[in-house]
Design a binder for this molecule. Structure first.
Ligand code: PLP
Length: 359
């Protein structure tokens, strides 16, 4: 298997792929693949419901929350969130931390009025703004945060207290990477293809009362209430992706649930950040120390030529996906839950060798 450091779609646990392979053609004695079954049948519905309850269980079974399985990626949530919640006279308040937060805010502007509660753009998005600087207007419909900026490589270490204003988070690139208190949030969404499974399903975890009613003027498929009232089975769900999410969630349980994956994720991230910090300036992590992501580690080399050389040599050694996003350049190692410790260790060793040869 490749040393896969792709930002998304990303590595899946080998054990999950192997289990899916074993069940692929004949799902649990039915003579059909899960992909070939009716989504109205008992077998699929069990998987669907199990994935929802497993997710809530991993989050400590918070009361009053519901899980939805939607389609259209996190990008569709950039629009659905304001369509459903940004009612007349209200403003959608956004914390701008990087490329994805900015996209979410820009999309919301197509729907209604928005407001920037805080921004680290002056710092080229190389930090998460001080939570104390966040200003939420009185007419805020919600405060939107992006828990982890996949492209820049920053991550919240703590979340703002928004009082009675709903806190909405795009957790696409760090959901279930660590323990957190769901009760701080009113609405969480995440495309599955980094920490939860394959692409094709977008997971929502939200307070039931926020999902109960949606404006009637928006299309049926874009109302959260449609999906909540129909247990995410209003139309044909992405059944194979949901099945895979359930398998990934089982795997997370086997790793010791969120506490278990957090421990190993911190060790993995520590390996790479230590390599950067002990390189005497050969490698440079541009994100401020207190805002560093444990999922997407961005770093630079002394020149773009050396960065190109790093990509070339790393690919020859079997490393995949280390090129930084085209919008920011440099290098990026995405070390989501499924990336094994040994692969990260192999990358740290490669970085040390590369420095010896080129430093
Ligand atoms: N939000 C974040 C933080 C992301 O990392 C991504 C994708 O990389 C998106 C949103 C967009 O997700 P999707 O491709 O599922 O629309």
């Amino acid at each position: 298997r490749a040393y896969n450091f792709n930002a998304g779609p990303a590595a899946l646990p080998l054990e999950v792929l192997e289990r899916a392979q074993a069940e692929f053609v004949d799902f649990r004695g039915t003579g059909m693949s899960i992909m070939e079954m009716s989504h109205r049948g008992k077998v699929y519905e069990e998987v669907h419901n199990e994935a929802q309850s497993r997710l809530l269980s991993l989050l400590g079974n918070p009361s009053g929350y519901k899980v939805l399985f939607l389609q259209g990626g996190a990008s569709t949530q950039f629009a659905m969130v304001p369509m459903n919640f940004l009612t007349a006279g209200k403003t959608g308040s956004y914390v701008l931390t990087g490329s994805w937060a900015s996209k979410a805010e820009k999309e919301a502007r197509l729907i209604g009025e928005t407001h920037i509660a805080a921004s680290s753009e002056n710092n080229k998005f190389m930090s998460i703004p001080d939570l104390r600087s966040i200003e939420i207007p009185d007419n805020a419909a919600y405060l939107h945060v992006t828990s982890n900026e996949t492209i820049e490589g920053s991550q919240y270490q703590q979340y703002p207290d928004t009082g009675s204003v709903p806190l909405i988070a795009d957790m696409s690139s760090d959901i279930l990477c660590r323990e957190f208190d769901v009760n701080q949030f009113d609405f969480i969404y995440a495309g599955a293809q980094k920490n939860l499974g394959p692409s094709g399903v977008t997971v929502v975890i939200a307070r039931e009362e926020l999902l109960a009613e949606s404006p009637k003027h928006i299309p049926t498929m874009l109302r959260f209430s449609t999906h909540a009232a129909n247990n995410s089975l209003y139309n044909t769900p992405p059944s194979f992706s949901v099945y895979m999410v359930n398998e990934v969630l089982k795997w997370i349980e086997e790793q010791g649930s969120l506490a278990g994956v957090e421990k190993i994720n911190r060790e993995k991230a520590g390996l790479i950040y230590d390599t950067i910090d002990s390189s005497e300036g050969f490698y440079r992590g541009p994100v401020e120390a207190g805002s560093r992501s444990i999922m997407n580690i961005t770093f630079r080399l002394p020149s773009e030529e050396l960065e190109k050389q790093f990509i070339k040599e790393s690919e020859q050694e079997g490393f995949v996906g280390l090129k930084g996003h085209r919008s920011v350049g440099g290098l990026r190692a995405s070390i989501y839950n499924a990336v094994p410790y040994e692969n990260v260790k192999a990358l740290a060793d490669f970085m040390n060798h590369f420095q010896k040869n080129h430093g």
